[in-house]
Ligand binder design. Structure first.
Ligand code: ADP
Ligand code: MG
Ligand code: MG
Length: 873
């Protein structure tokens, strides 16, 4: 089997095999761009490595040797050669880009002999410095990435050396210093590993390839994959290519650029360049680089060529490009290109601009937006008035837009810990590194002292849709003592700070935030999405405020109104508790009658908010013990209200105890035991509908009543009879003409299995995939957190089935229910109202199996609209 490909053997369509980086290196080669010529080890080699128990088998090893020879011939250089040594980089590249998740090794092929030969062959004294610098970098990266020695030991040695020499930057270290450092690094390696640093380039290469394969399974990568829906089974490719040296001299450098601004989407070349430096330096924020526009003055020819490359690549890929390049002795080399990561704001603008520029169709523009990204646009922004009044105390780069305020923390662990206990935090660091990812996720925003727009913090924050201000050099940081100084003030852990990821401004204290709106480009894209989608999008809303918000965000109805949430207000809960503690039907009805007017007015407000769009109301679902009082005072109150003894009440409460409430006395089981409850809720729904219809004759009000937790058609029949008798009496009484529907949730596997029987009695099905998931898996949503992480670690699960619909199991039940139900009742309409209704991949699945609508929380409505359009396109 062929596992290896020269860059000349591939192209952009071979992404699955070559990974994104490899496929694009091949494509750039194909269109004639200056790319150092190497080869790609396919993703299949990676999966084979894992199948072979984390070994590179003989067949693949042999192919690697063969391709090394080919690469040597193409480049006229040889591994370990003393006249013309070949040095390479070893780079990971998965199918989907996983920035910063995998580790790269540069300058591989160096050893003592090669280093000395190289220096001997060049009389320029600066050249020796360059060689030693490359060597110490290589030892450092190899030790860290391949042998996992840990960066910090080497950084310590560098810091000690700088201190000894009294210099600030690593460029100020001399050839002699770097030579000494390289020696110290090797000693460090030996002391940690117990062996000499490998001198044979081929051995070095095998080690590096293995390390890249291994890095596919590191914890950071696993977290990133879970967050981004990337399957573990894909594996990563490895790219091996000759080095070009941005750290050769002052006529060299390295840079990262975007063809359009990744923060705003503005159509202008954006990027950073660092003279006399190697790739990682720009990203790592070692020194603050210069804006790409300045590169023009110092490197006119390379810059002119780079501009040409940019426009060529953008036209070729018809999308904004993110490029890595290096200038060696004035000559430009392209090292990477890909469709650039961008903020949600930029994504919308770029998609619209590409349509206006005639490069993309509307459908393509809709497909270009990652629905999950929209989330950030729906998050609050700083209140404009409050912001105007606020006095900025400092400014960094607006690296990832949005507003964030919270308490200052200094480490990723603290960010996680504090967030867990419900605190809003802003993570302030010198710079971030991949270990900080989970902490960054927990923070409201990230503020760094060092690093540019392409630093780790900036790139990762943009990917997460997290607000980030980077490179605020004015901050005098004291990470060790958890404090910093800015604008003459000392900030300590726990102090409040606000940051604006759009402008880069930093404010003392808390600035209030306001909700975002759908307008401008966002509005254009959403209008296109609505044009192409087939699925309707409803919302889960229990209050008129939620319902109005959801309407604003484009909801076309309520798919789930949880009535019980309305019972918790003080006047109502008292009456509801009386209902629970009643002995007779009469007592119960008296208590329910107190609640009826509240429910009716709630429903009227919901109908108003929905302006004639459908409203689906689910009848009481949770077990009754969730409503009973727990403290003495309330128990006493309840006893007095009912003229019962405290002891009686306590006994009733105790009798409601269940061992497994989730599978207990809840859902339609409540309506079977206490039909009065269903009667009261029916009255409230029907009366509200009649009133609203009267007030708005042009609306078509058609209430949907949803019976939860049905597992047997006779249950539904029983409750439905109560509903119909009550509803028809109400309608007749009012002399109104009102149609209504009675349907059920499909959330118990048995309901899905007997959906043909149930469909005969139901006007609609709504998949309650939260319960359906827990009942199908047999574990509860509230307890699963305790063991799911072990399931991720062991790869038994790749995702949380409560967040991403389990299409294989739960999805099969859904499909079966639809296939059984529709033939029996051709008018049956079908929706989903679990958490999954707002998850893009689940929405796609719902489209595929022919649902009529998805229903999700208000802020997810735009996400679902877009995902539905993408599923249809
Ligand atoms: P990442 O995926 O984290 O960006 P890369 O594989 O792109 O990692 O490599 C990291 C850095 O190393 C890049 O900035 C790139 O410029 C530099 N680099 C990679 N290969 C070479 C090479 N052959 N010559 C010079 N620099 C390189
Ligand atoms: Mg890169
Ligand atoms: Mg349920």
């Amino acid at each position: 089997k062929k596992y290896l490909y020269l860059f000349t053997e591939g192209d952009a369509t071979m992404r699955e095999l070559l990974g994104g980086k490899g496929a694009n290196l091949a494509e750039m080669t194909k269109v004639g761009l200056p790319v150092p010529q190497g080869f790609t080890i396919s993703t299949e080699a990676c999966t084979q490595y894992y199948e072979d128990g984390r070994q590179i088998n003989d067949e693949i090893q042999a192919q690697i040797m063969e391709y090394i020879t080919k690469m040597e011939e193409i480049n006229g250089k040889k591994f370990g050669d003393l006249k013309n040594p070949l040095l390479v980089s070893v780079r990971s590249g998965a199918r989907a880009s996983m920035p910063g998740m995998m580790d790269t090794i540069l300058n591989l092929g160096l050893n003592d002999e090669v280093v000395e030969a190289m220096i001997a062959g060049n009389s320029d004294p600066k050249f020796a410095r360059f060689v030693y610098d490359s060597y110490r970098r290589f030892i450092q990266m190899y030790s860290d990435v391949v042998m996992e020695v840990g960066k910090k030991y080497f950084e310590q040695l560098i810091d000690e050396m700088k201190a000894k020499k009294g210099v600030t930057y690593d460029v100020e270290l001399t050839a002699e210093d770097l030579k000494e450092l390289a020696g110290q690094f090797k000693a460090e390696y030996k002391s940690k590993i117990g062996e000499d640093f490998p001198a044979d380039p081929k051995e070095q290469l095998m080690g590096a390839v293995k390390a890249v394969f291994r890095s596919w399974d590191n914890p950071r990568a696993n977290v990133y994959r879970r967050d981004n829906d990337i399957p573990y089974s894909w594996g990563t490719a490895v790219n091996v290519m000759p080095m070009v040296f941005g750290n050769l001299n002052d006529n060299s450098g390295t840079g990262v650029a975007f063809t359009r601004d990744p923060a705003t989407g503005e159509n202008k070349l954006m990027g950073e360049f660092l003279v006399n430096a190697q790739g990682e330096d720009v990203v790592a924020g070692v020194r603050t680089p210069m804006p790409i526009s300045q590169m023009k003055d110092q490197f006119p020819e390379a810059y002119a060529e780079f501009e040409k490359v940019c426009s060529l690549l953008e036209k070729h890929y018809r999308d904004m490009q993110d490029m890595e390049f290096t200038v060696e002795n004035g000559k430009l080399y392209m090292l990477q290109c890909r469709n650039g990561k961008r903020t949600a704001q930029a994504a919308l603008k770029i998609a619209c601009d590409l349509v206006d520029e005639g490069m993309r169709t509307e459908e393509e523009a809709v497909s270009m937006i990652d629905p999950r990204n929209l989330d950030t646009l729906l998050h609050p922004q700083f209140d404009a008035a409050a912001l105007k009044k606020a006095e900025p105390i400092g400014k960094g780069l607006g690296a990832s837009p949005g507003a964030a305020c919270g308490k200052i923390v200094f480490t990723a662990e603290d960010a996680e810990k504090w967030a867990e206990r419900g605190e809003k935090v802003v993570l302030v660091r010198l710079e971030t590194s991949p270990e900080d990812i989970t902490g960054m996720k927990s923070a409201q925003g990230i503020l760094t002292v060092r690093g540019g727009m392409t630093s780790h913090a900036a790139v990762v924050a943009r990917g997460m849709g997290k607000c980030c201000v980077s490179g605020c050099g004015e901050i005098a940081m004291d990470e060790e003592n958890k404090k910093f100084e800015l604008a003459g003030k000392t900030f300590k852990e726990g102090d409040f700070i606000s940051i604006d990821g759009t402008t880069g401004r930093i404010y003392d204290g808390l600035i209030p935030t306001v909700d975002a709106k759908i307008a401008g480009e966002f509005g254009r894209i959403m209008a296109w999405a609505d044009k192409y989608r087939k699925l309707h999008v409803r919302t889960n809303a229990d209050t008129p405020a939620d319902a109005r918000k959801a309407r604003e965000l484009g909801a076309e109805g309520i798919g789930l109104c949880r009535t019980e949430h309305m019972f918790f207000e003080p006047e109502r809960i008292a009456a509801f508790r009386e209902m629970i503690c009643s002995d007779t039907v009469e007592e119960r009805e008296a208590a329910l009658n107190k609640i009826l007017p509240y429910q009716q007015s709630d429903f009227e407000k919901l109908y108003e908010a929905l302006e004639g769009y459908p409203v689906c109301i689910r009848f009481l679902d949770p077990p009754l013990h969730e409503f009973v009082p727990t403290n003495d005072e309330e128990i006493k109150q309840l006893a007095d209200a009912q003229g019962k003894s405290v002891e009686t009440i306590r006994n009733i409460i105790a009798s409601l105890h269940e061992f497994n409430p989730m599978m207990g006395h809840r859902g339609c089981r409540l309506a079977v035991t206490y039909p009065e409850i269903a009667k009261m809720q029916t009255k409230a729904v029907i009366r509200a509908a009649i009133n609203t219809q009267k007030a708005h004759p042009d609306w078509h009000i058609r209430p949907e009543i949803m019976i939860p937790l049905v597992c047997e058609v006779k249950e539904l029949k029983f409750v439905k009879k109560v509903v119909i008798e009550t509803a028809d009496a109400e309608i007749a009484n009012a002399g109104a003409a009102l149609e209504y529907e009675v349907g059920t949730m499909i959330e118990i596997p048995r309901a899905a299995l007997t959906a043909d029987e149930i469909a005969a009695e139901a006007d609609f099905f709504c998949f309650g995939t939260n319960d359906l998931t827990q009942m199908t898996f047999g574990f509860s949503r509230d307890d699963a957190g305790k063991f799911l992480s072990a399931y991720y670690d062991t790869k038994i699960f790749e995702n949380d089935p409560f967040a991403k619909l389990d299409q294989t199991g739960v999805g099969k039940l859904m499909k079966m229910a639809i296939e059984l139900g529709r033939p029996v009742n051709p008018k049956l309409h079908v929706g989903i109202c679990g958490e999954h209704g707002g998850d893009p991949s689940s929405v796609e699945f719902c489209h595929k199996i022919g649902l009529d609508y998805v229903s999700c929380s208000p802020f997810r409505v735009p996400i679902a609209r877009l995902a539905a359009a993408q599923a249809a396109i």
